[in-house]
Ligand binder design. Structure first.
Ligand code: BGC
Length: 886
């Protein structure tokens, strides 16, 4: 049996409107048995129809085991055209698959000169300047039979689009957030089914969003511009082959909507009495509407949608209704989530529903909003008063678990409220479970941190007046993120903005898209997102193209660092965030005690190393040797500056030791000493961490890698402050920004910087997947083409299990320790191979499925190593069991 399944184009299933010249196609092989490898494939691509008669690319039978990211190399792809593709495969067992089901991709509007549409905004200057969301509408006639219709649309601000009263898609927060002045996405929708014979209407509502609304904690708004606008082009193809277009131009009409205010941070005010009933349908009388004006705005920055869309991903019902000691009525959704609340209400016209959103209750059980700083997170709905009314905000999202019902006509019944969870619709790829329920809750919290903070861009937090694409947070969390969900398209888009927003000198802004002040760039470890993020996507998805695309940006960042100060091999100038929020910070400071020049130089070395490896992969051999040399010199200089001749680190913080070990900055002969000193530091602190954003992600890794796996487990399983599980004892359902967001006595850390949904410390997820369960990829054959399964059981857990869906299919690693018996269960997808290290095992003792290793199928070699028995396997499911003495 051999099947080709799960066809993906540019990671996506049947993407609409892409502008990639050579899209990459991937598929998974489904096969019985073990050690199945693809021997050959054949791809056919057909234009416009799925009968494969109009072939534009036929690879013929290609002898290759490549099944991920095969680049299209047929005829040049045409604008606004759909291409169907199918794949057939041959395996090493003599099986031939049938043709797969057909998948497709559709090209967007490829040339900016194809845009006949014009940017339009309401002509009424009062409406332009007001907080009210404008409506835009236009009628058009259809007199012939429609074959297909597509809308290409974008906006300055956010848009919702309707045809004949129906929303064209469930995508939210379109056109997404990019560095708008340089790159603005448009979306492509198939609207064939929405068109009717005769008169049709198309209508859009615009919202401030990131473009015109408030952004950043200084209360700045209109960062990109002060006028909302729409750009829309609909192409209608008729059965007889003729075509017509509907475009945004000065024939459209504009008016006010009931959305009186909508701001990402502050919520929305909606007066249902101002609704224009059926405004987006053909029967509507718009004679009292105003006109629009054409804006002279560029179309040169337009790009097709690059990432997955943002959607409502799930609904959550309240778990309780609380009356607080202060008498507030608060709905508890049981989960700190990001999105908004939809509700049903009935009451007299002019009565109001007012909802305030918050993440936590205070010590006394009262509603707490101080940590939101200026973000109001308040939704106000004014009833029209004609029966049951349903409402959900449009252009805003909140970070919350608790909703205070400030006003609501009638009885407050939990069933009338629904939490709508919103984020980028990334495919869920991973899960981790183990024998400790608190660790399982930790994994849950990490996962929810990712859901809440991956809303089109990776943000620091989703609730207070920030919600920005902080680079440091993103690089710290990316590896964990890659386990939980497929984040490749999400980061591809964001990294293009990072490159676009690099300063003139090629520093990297603190937040991407860059919306802070001119000097807000180039902190070490934050700017290193420029190298770490593309490299991680390459490692986890085998995506060489992201390295090609980002290469200039990566190199410019390293060269930028090199130019700082007067020693090109150290970075000891500038202002840095350091080991942000480290517990060893001086009173009144957020910057941990680890010297910032040590951190900066360590990350500089790491970035130079990544750059050298990238250059090698891309065949840029001169660069490769130059940056290898640079890396070596940075490491030498690091040693001179920060390591004593006897191998002691000049800084005695946990994070300094962690970085030195993680980035291989100390001489081999000093490794033990540095590791032992780290262990001593931990011991002095009663085996508790003091690390901040920079040291935390690597702390358990360096312990496990250097002979102290038991201490890594100890740190993981601590339940008292400061630890990962401490927050679980305090009821956390997402990851906190601070180790002591809520203190032992129930009081809060300062309201100034106290998010309860900040994923940085969730980066422990990487260690859970990669070390505890032991799923890793080989740097030489990335994207899990060659897999390492190296579980490292430790004290306190009796089993652990992780599963991830790689581009090749599902990889599973689970282990169970029962007294002196150990069982390791592994599943490896077809067309990959793996090396498994069975911890604490002795060769003579190991059985696979009840057989000795030499008798088991699919095992091509095994040997005893210091870490356990090393077994080479092909695809399939394996159960290893053996006795252990420790
Ligand atoms: C953000 C962070 C960010 C930091 C930079 C904070 O306000 O929330 O997570 O990385 O600033 O120092």
């Amino acid at each position: 049996m051999l099947k080709v399944k799960k066809l993906r184009c540019e990671y996506r299933e049947n993407p609409m409107g892409i502008d990639v010249a050579a899209p990459r196609l991937s598929w998974q092989l489904i096969a019985d048995g073990r050690s199945v490898m693809q021997k050959a494939y054949r791809i056919q691509v057909s234009k416009d129809d799925d009968s494969f008669k109009n072939i534009v690319w036929d690879t013929g039978i290609v002898s290759s085991d490549k099944s991920v990211h095969v680049e299209y190399a047929g005829d040049a792809l045409e604008s606004r055209t759909r291409y169907y593709y199918r794949v057939k495969a041959w395996d090493n067992k003599g099986n031939v698959s049938d043709w797969s089901d057909a998948g497709f991709w559709e090209m967007g509007m490829l040339g900016t000169d194809e845009w006949a549409a014009e940017w339009i905004t309401p002509a009424d200057v009062n409406l332009q300047a007001s907080k009210v969301s404008p409506l835009l509408r236009k009628e058009f006639n259809i007199t012939e039979k429609v074959k297909t219709a597509r809308v290409y649309v974008t906006s300055l601000g956010l848009y919702e689009l309707y045809i004949n009263g129906i929303r064209v898609s469930d995508h939210l927060f379109t056109p997404g957030w990019t560095s708008y002045n340089k790159r603005l996405q448009y979306q492509t929708y198939d609207v064939t089914h929405l068109l009717e014979d005769g008169v049709n209407a198309i209508g859009a509502v615009l919202g401030n969003g990131w473009y015109k609304g408030e952004l950043g904690w200084k209360g700045n708004s209109k960062i990109y511009g002060d006028k909302l606008a729409l750009l829309l082009q609909m192409h209608i193809t008729y059965e007889d082959g003729k075509e017509s277009m509907v475009i945004s131009d000065n024939s459209w009409k504009a008016s006010t909507s009931p959305i009186l205010m909508s701001e990402i941070y502050h919520g929305e005010t909606y007066d249902a009495r101002m609704e224009k009933y059926d405004w987006n349908t053909a029967d509507y009388d718009d004679s009292d509407w105003n006109g629009v004006m054409v804006l002279d705005k560029t179309k040169k920055n337009l790009v097709a949608q690059e990432s997955v869309p943002v959607r409502v991903i799930q609904n959550i019902k309240p778990v309780g209704l609380i009356k607080t000691p202060k008498g507030e009525i608060v709905i508890d959704f049981g989960q700190n989530m990001v999105g908004r609340v939809s509700f049903v209400v009935e009451g007299p016209a002019g009565s109001e529903v007012v909802l305030q959103h918050a993440e936590v209750l205070d010590k006394d059980g009262n509603f707490y909003t101080d940590n939101l700083r200026h973000a109001k997170q308040t939704v106000r709905y004014i009833l029209k008063g004609n029966g049951k009314e349903c409402y959900e905000p449009h252009f805003t999202f909140q970070g919350f678990r608790y909703v205070k019902v400030v006003s609501y006509p009638g009885e407050i019944l939990p069933e009338n409220f629904t939490g709508r969870v919103i984020h980028s619709d990334m495919e869920v790829t991973g899960n981790f479970t183990c024998s400790d329920e608190m660790v399982n809750q930790l994994q849950h919290n990490i996962f929810w941190g990712q859901k809440g903070n991956f809303l089109d861009v990776p943000t620091d937090c989703p609730q207070r007046d920030e919600r920005l694409g902080w680079t440091g947070d993103a690089q710290v969390f990316i590896r964990t993120a890659c386990f939980n969900m497929n984040v490749a398209p999400f980061f591809t888009k964001w990294l293009r903005d990072l490159a676009a927003d690099q300063s003139e000198e090629k520093g990297v802004p603190h937040v991407i898209p860059h919306v802070l002040g001119d000097n807000s760039y180039s902190s070490s470890a934050w700017g290193d997102a420029a190298t770490i993020c593309p490299w991680t996507i390459y490692i986890c998805y085998g995506d060489k193209r992201i390295l090609e695309e980002q290469y200039a940006s990566m190199k410019q960042w390293v060269e930028y660092i090199r130019r700082q100060g007067d020693n090109e091999y150290l970075w000891n100038t500038g202002i840095h965030y350091g080991d942000w929020l480290g517990l060893d910070s001086k009173e009144g400071s957020y910057v941990g005690a680890t010297p910032t020049d040590l951190i900066a130089t360590a990350f500089y070395a790491n970035s130079a190393d990544i750059l050298a490896k990238t250059a090698k992969i891309l065949g840029k051999l001169a660069d490769a040797s130059e940056y290898e040399e640079l890396h070596k010199k940075i490491v030498d200089n690091f040693r001179k500056e920060f390591v004593t001749p006897n191998g002691r680190l000049a800084s005695s913080t946990q994070s300094a030791h962690v970085l030195a070990l993680m980035f291989n900055l100390v001489d081999d002969r000093d490794r033990n000493r540095v590791t032992n000193n780290l262990v001593k530091l931990l011991e002095q602190n009663n085996y508790h961490l003091t690390t901040g954003f920079i040291g935390t992600p690597y702390l358990c890794h360096v312990l496990s890698q250097n002979g102290y796996n038991d201490i890594a487990y100890k740190l993981l399983l601590n339940t008292d402050y400061p630890s990962w599980l401490y927050q679980i004892t305090k009821g956390a359902t997402t990851i906190w920004e601070h180790w002591d967001g809520i203190k032992e006595d129930g009081s809060f850390w300062s309201s100034d910087m106290n998010s309860f949904n900040h994923y940085a410390y969730g980066s422990i997820g990487d260690w859970l997947y990669r070390t505890v369960a032991g799923i890793n990829t080989d740097e030489e054959r990335t994207g899990y083409k060659h897999i390492f399964i190296t579980p490292k059981p430790g004290p306190g857990l009796s089993f652990a299990r992780a599963q991830i869906e790689s581009m090749y299919g599902i990889i599973l690693s689970s282990w169970k320790k029962d007294g002196d018996k150990m069982q390791v269960y592994v599943s490896i997808p077809a067309n990959t191979t793996a090396v498994v290290i069975l911890p604490f095992a002795d060769i003579k003792d190991v059985k696979e499925g009840g057989r000795k290793l030499e008798e088991a199928e699919g095992i091509f070699r095994y040997e005893k190593t210091a870490d356990g028995v090393k077994v080479g396997i092909g695809s399939g499911d394996y159960t290893f069991s053996y006795g252990v003495s420790c």
